[in-house]
Ligand binder design. Structure first.
Ligand code: SF4
Length: 112
């Protein structure tokens, strides 16, 4: 059976440029923490990258706005960095699973 693979949805919904939409960041546990903990260098891979993401997630675990931050990252399609306790790879997995769920709901009549 030749199935049509739907691309992962690319959510690009940035919040409005109002203080209300962004004020959750004022409560962020990562305020004052070096952003390099949340964004790895371009060529970093393997253990170093995992260790960086793990350390960032430990900060996120104590954050009172973790869910809001995670929601923002997913809705805005943030590709880089650790947000809301999710690394880039975590969000890639989420997007793949979302695409699969979307695909599984495509009618067989149009799926081919
Ligand atoms: S969840 Fe993590 S990345 Fe998001 S605001 Fe809190 S500490 Fe920062």
């Amino acid at each position: 059976m030749n199935r049509t693979i739907m691309p992962a949805p690319i959510p690009m919904k940035l919040p409005a440029p109002t203080s209300e939409a962004w004020e959750w960041q004022l409560q962020a546990q990562c305020r004052g923490v070096d952003a390099a903990l949340f964004f790895h260098p371009e060529n970093e891979r393997g253990r170093e990258r995992s260790a960086r993401a793990k350390a960032a997630k430990q900060v996120c675990e104590r954050c009172p706005v973790q869910v809001r931050c995670r929601t923002h990252a997913i809705e805005a399609g943030e590709h880089y960095g650790t947000w809301g306790g999710l690394s880039e790879d975590d969000r890639k997995g989420y997007r793949r699973r979302s695409a699969f769920r979307h695909e599984s709901h495509v009618s067989p009549l149009i799926a081919g």
